[in-house]
Design a protein around this ligand. Structure first.
Ligand code: GTP
Ligand code: MG
Length: 171
């Protein structure tokens, strides 16, 4: 058959935002795991869409591991950035990490697509994707294609829309 184009994706965002849960949902059901634990360092995962074969660097979001992210920026051809929409207290920390990412020399001048998941939309206290987008000042990102989707990674809702967008940016 036709060989799918290979794409490296970096999955970034604060600890507990739902990165590993999202990636797990995107994998074929026979490769999914039931028990998701906080990521130590990072983990390499794979999933496919109709035209692409993604290799995901699922990074730990814990403070002590965030300095690992930048070592993979050069290899990344797309970014999935996950936000816990219910974590209002740490929205400012998420914004700081995003701004640091956007200003990094290996990212700053590249037209790398960024898919944002405003995750945990099922929580009663969750902010809307519009509100998350405002708090992170996403409209200031002018030199990269970006898109934000509300998602519930536990139920798998909102993920397909995001991945379809990402695939369109790359193929
Ligand atoms: P680190 O690996 O520590 O960076 O965390 P992570 O971003 O990979 O988060 P992880 O996928 O481990 O999820 C953290 C917790 O949030 C788990 O208990 C998940 O079940 C839960 N979770 C993930 N997505 C959702 C969601 O959409 N809604 C709700 N209610 N819980 C979620
Ligand atoms: Mg994780």
């Amino acid at each position: 058959g036709l060989k799918k184009k290979e794409v490296n994706v970096l999955c970034l965002g604060l600890d507990n935002s739902g990165k590993t849960t999202i990636i797990n949902q995107l994998k074929p059901s026979n490769a999914q795991t039931q028990d998701i634990v906080p990521t130590i360092g990072f983990s390499i995962e794979k999933f496919k869409t109709s035209s692409l074969s993604f290799t995901v660097f699922d990074m730990s979001g814990q403070g002590r591991y965030r300095n690992l992210w930048e070592h993979y920026y050069k290899e990344g051809q797309a970014i999935i950035f996950v936000i816990d929409s219910g974590d209002k207290l740490r929205m400012v920390v998420a914004k700081e990490e995003l701004d640091t990412l956007l200003n990094h020399p290996d990212i700053k001048h590249r037209r790398i697509p960024i898919l944002f998941f405003a995750n945990k939309m099922d929580l009663r206290e969750a902010l809307s994707s519009v509100k998350v987008s405002q708090l992170l000042c996403l409209e200031n990102i002018k030199d990269k294609p970006w898109h934000i989707c509300a998602s519930d990674a536990v139920k798998g809702e909102g993920l397909q829309e995001g991945v379809d967008w990402l695939q369109d940016q790359i193929k």
